[in-house]
Design a protein around this ligand. Structure first.
Ligand SMILES: [Fe+2]
Length: 646
């Protein structure tokens, strides 16, 4: 595989012959970045300059052999100095000191810790050294990552899945077409996993620290430079800050670490770290690596295993800062879905959390100002399942119960995985009035064979007697976590008749389609078009397909398609309505995404006309740095950027 990790049983000096003095002492693996990354960018003037030094190069995007060492302060400064646009960098550095608001729902700033700052000091701690040694023994003798390719960093973090360093705000040229006016002054931000440290042992794609890749587009009529500005920053979660201080991984990898006997052993090590004060899970265990949302005057980075982290994109400089972990005045606890739903008419936001102990699902909502209402526990969910997304209509919230279940006791008793597929379970959809204060009116409908991981949209028909749900159905659910290359998702339209209880399913396309988006103004209302990534495999996206839901029942509903070409892959497309020059049609707008060329190393921001039959590319921006494949993105308008709370 291109860009496979160079690894062995191994110490880092072996990977840096003649350069051992610069090799991190505790690292066990070293990446060889994608062959693509060593290729010359199309526009050398925007390439990151390398210093003439014997040290390992600081960026995975800058060299063929790269050590993804922790982004220590000195390295960040070096990267900033290396950029040609000193003005942008200088402003960005200042912006990162922004103060946090004292509003009731203000993000909670992480308290300072008395832990030693230097890794050398940390290593001198006996409990730390003891726990590290135990983990080494588990990783070497009980659960070597190579035994399971889905959690072997040499596979998981190869090619354009390899992490990159942070990138301060850096100008990028428009190399094709022109940026549409409806994008002016806004920012496209993509979230995704980007592990800060080389993993000690098993590492699943979902285990990486969240990094935001934000492209700020110039405002209309801007004077001076009108280049877009790319900035890549970690979400500064508790885990990120803790491990940045420690200089090494401290918290366990949730998706890959708790498997069988080794998982139990790692659980014991984790307990020891908590008891000896090395970590405090109360401060958060999440990665904030999945998606973004904007509501109540704030922008949030989301990961469903933790509270939202408030972040901010500076509308002047493009820099991205983390404001803090947000519990909404103490009203939100434990976690929140990465897929909240914002009603385009009322401005309300609907969300939920799920977990391994009853109630397995808890539903809640926020008013337009971002104030959270009371929890609605859902006790009718009898078994904890992987509830990644849901849907809302004007009057209902719809929850899927799918065949991926959590079974922590199965790991303890039987030595299995804590999360896995249960083919004996019949998938269900639960329908709850969206303003319910309890679950007394909730109804569940069995939908055999329908495993909904993401939703596209839902609405009501026949005077509210029928609910329509459009979603990709994961046909090979047993592979959803361990063999993602085998997963195939087929988009279906499901009708639920609330009067008769009848349920029907209509396939809309046979393609492997996921990462759906729609016109955000249509959420919860009947709409016609959805836009999907073509998995090759997911989350690598070889193209974008536009489906016409009005063709349901008449064969394949594909209305438009664009393939990015051999070796070129994107992430999730995002639809931005053209509210400037459009005619009010639902598909008046543009699809935006980052595209990586694995053959040349070229990285671009691509804008496609959603109205055209071939989703014509109308603008491209040359990016100065690689954006790894990731998860979900968001376009934040200029007005939303300017109205962000401090
Ligand atoms: Fe998702």
């Amino acid at each position: 595989m291109e860009g496979a990790l160079a690894t062995s049983n191994f110490c880092v000096p072996d990977l840096y012959p003649g350069n051992a003095a610069h090799a991190p002492r505790s690292r066990r693996l070293s990446y060889i970045s994608p062959a693509a990354s060593s290729a010359a960018p199309q526009n050398p003037s925007h390439r990151r300059k390398k210093k003439s030094t014997s040290s390992p190069p600081p960026s995975a995007a800058a060299s063929a052999t790269v050590l993804t060492s922790p982004p220590k302060q000195i390295e960040q400064q070096q990267v900033q100095e290396e950029h040609s646009d000193a003005a942008v960098t200088r402003i960005a550095t200042t912006a990162r000191t922004a103060r946090i608001s004292s509003e009731p729902d203000a993000p909670r700033k992480l308290p300072p810790r008395s832990r030693p700052r230097a890794r050398a000091a940390a290593a001198a701690s006996l409990p730390v050294a003891f726990c590290n040694a135990l983990e080494e023994a588990i990783n070497t003798f009980v659960d070597p990552p190579a035994l399971r390719p889905s959690v072997d960093p040499r596979h998981v973090l190869s090619a354009n899945f390899a992490p990159v360093d942070e990138l301060p705000p850096t100008r990028c040229p428009v190399v094709r077409g022109a940026i549409p006016r409806c994008l002016a002054g806004g920012a496209y931000i993509r979230n995704g996993p980007n592990p800060q440290h080389l993993p000690r042992g098993p590492h699943h794609l979902f285990d990486g620290d969240g990094m935001l890749h934000s492209l700020l587009l110039p405002p209309e009529g801007s004077s001076g430079s009108s280049d877009p500005v790319l900035c890549s920053r970690y979400v500064q979660t508790y885990k990120y800050l803790l491990e940045r201080e420690a200089g090494e991984p401290v918290m366990p990898n949730v998706f890959s670490g708790f498997h069988g006997l080794a998982g139990m052993a790692r659980g014991a090590v984790t307990a020891a770290r908590v008891l000896t004060g090395q970590m405090n899970p109360v401060e958060g265990v999440g990665l904030a690596n999945t998606s973004l949302a904007v509501f109540g005057g704030r922008l949030y980075a989301l990961g469903e295993s933790d509270l939202p982290y408030a972040v901010r994109v500076d509308p002047a400089t493009g820099d991205v800062t983390t404001l803090g972990r947000c519990d909404f005045g103490g009203r939100l606890s434990m976690g929140m879905t990465a897929h909240p739903k914002k009603d385009p008419i009322t401005g309300e936001v609907f969300a939920f959390r799920y977990g391994p102990v009853p109630p397995f699902v808890t539903y809640f909502r926020f008013d337009p100002a971002g104030n959270k209402a009371a929890d609605v526990p859902i006790f009718s969910v009898k078994q904890p399942s992987f509830l990644h997304d849901f849907a809302v209509t004007e009057r209902y919230a719809i929850f899927p119960e799918i065949q991926i279940v959590m079974n922590p006791m199965g790991m303890v008793v039987g030595g299995g995985a804590p999360v896995g597929a249960d083919p004996s379970m019949v998938p269900r959809l639960g329908v709850l009035p969206r303003y319910a204060t309890d679950e007394s009116e909730m109804r569940w409908f069995e939908v055999p064979g329908f495993n909904m991981m993401h939703s596209v949209n839902a609405w009501e028909e026949r005077g509210g007697d029928e609910i329509v749900v459009v979603a990709p159905n994961v046909l090979s659910i047993e592979h959803a976590l361990d063999r993602m290359e085998l997963v195939h998702s087929s988009v279906e339209l499901v009708r639920i008749n609330l009067r008769t209880g009848n349920v029907s399913r209509t396939p809309l396309s046979a393609g492997n389609l996921d990462f759906p988006v729609i016109h955000p103004g249509c959420l919860g209302r009947r709409n016609r078009y959805g836009y999907f990534g073509v998995g090759d495999p997911m989350p690598k996206i070889a193209g974008v397909v536009k489906l016409d839901f009005d063709r349901a029942g008449h064969g394949d509903c594909t209305a438009a398609r664009r393939d990015f070409g051999p070796g070129c892959f994107a992430g999730e497309p995002f639809f931005v309505p053209d509210d400037v020059e459009g005619n009010g049609n639902e598909d008046d707008g543009y699809l935006v995404c980052y595209v990586h060329n694995e053959a040349t190393g070229d990285n671009r921001f691509v804008v496609m006309d959603a109205r055209s039959p071939e989703l014509d590319i109308v603008a491209e921006v040359q990016l100065p740095s690689r954006v790894p494949y990731g998860f979900h993105g968001l376009f934040v308008t200029q007005a939303e950027l300017r109205s962000q709370h401090q």
